[in-house]
Ligand binder design. Sequence first.
Ligand code: GLN
Length: 492
Amino acid sequence: MDIKELISRPSKEQRQALLNKEVSAVELTNAAYEQIDLVEEKIGAYNSLTKDFALETAKTVDEKIKNNEEIPPLAGITLALKDNINLKSYPTTASSKILENFISPFDATVTKKLKDNLIPITGKVNLDEFAMGSSTENSAFKITRNPWNLNKVPGGSSGGSAAAVAAGESTLALGSDTGGSIRLPASYCGLVGLKPTYGRVSRYGLIAFASSLDQIGPITKTVEDAALLLNVISGHDEKDSTSLNQPVPDFTKELKNDLKGVKIGYIKELCSEGLTEDVSNAVKKSLEVYKSMGAEIVEISLPLIKYSIAVYYIVATAEASSNLARFDGVKYGYRAKDVENLYDMYVKTRAQGFGEEVKRRIMLGTYALSSGYYDAYYKKAQQVRRLVKNDFDKAFEKADILLSPTCPHTAFDIGSKIEDPLSMYLTDIATITANLAGIPAMNIPVGLDKDSMPIGIQLQANCLNEAKLLNVAFKLEEAVQFNYSTPIKNLV
Ligand code: GLN
């Protein structure tokens, strides 16, 4: 197999080639950079490259192979890191002007784990500024395009992560998911994306957007690669007080279990109204696939879904307004020039440093937290959030896994929603409840719609049940045989 082809294959095949000494890790890494040279101008996935560092890691892998030392399961497999996750001595910008020249003085816990596992990090990838958005159009630096169709968005906010993997510019990626930011881009780009249980993966070193919702997770071509990457990044971390002190199973162990007697609940409110015909058919087809495997199909109702967008946009913006208070031009990042006094410096720095959407969120959040409105908005939203969690608890008494589309439609045209924030917010209808409830959720690509754009199915499980979630996802992946090679080959 030629190396171009090999780097677009799942990690297992690349590992086999490495262990058979058919190819070196340096060659694999260089091949990713060749692909970047070829397509990046059109795709715009990367904010910055970390080539020296990636090649250094690859060299270490090759040394170990040469000395017949054991290498970790994903050693030598390239990964693109979302640019809101810190990598020591390299820029971390969160795609914001306010952090444009910020060089990280430390590694995020997940980054340290990637290093320990000898995973070459190819670069830092684009996102909606501070992860606020669903299309990656809110980046202060550039628009990222969907490799399946360059006129479409790749989804957001981890659009750079998804586009990089879909375009073969890395094999793996990490994203972050506060309200769907891993699953939505995975869905739009025909990839697997997994948001773990809240607390499964350390948030230390992830630039906080909404701390009670944020989670880091994998974006990959296959379910097995998502499981392998989750193995790498999971685990308790004393540097994150919300990280769970729970055993981490080997997430690849149960992938192939059969599904006889497993209860799959389709979420009535997300599977009936407002879906495009192709998405609706994909849901039906997935349920048939599961039924044919011996799973039991049940209907689940989550009536509070209709309030979830409102609840999310109060909780998330309230937390964001507090988290973003630290960007004041004093400690790090951009500082406005030509200022009259300290107050003027704060005001001008933030006015010039933040983009429109971030300012909108800070204003909404500050309003929701202000003394006169706290009870009416923030407190009420927290109360409804608890009720949403209660609904999920009840649902998981009836079903092991919940099924819905990841989004009611496939990727939309660049520019078509950016002027209308509400319609952009509505793309998150299926994904945000998992963050409110803290449960794990993932996207599986199942086919293409009439415009040849990928359709994604979302599966959700109860807290800490990632192994079952991955098992059920693996079975669907096996049945649908989604062809994840993007038409990008035709575009260069
Ligand atoms: N699209 C949602 C938002 O704009 C979710 C973002 C995310 O998950 N980071 O807030």
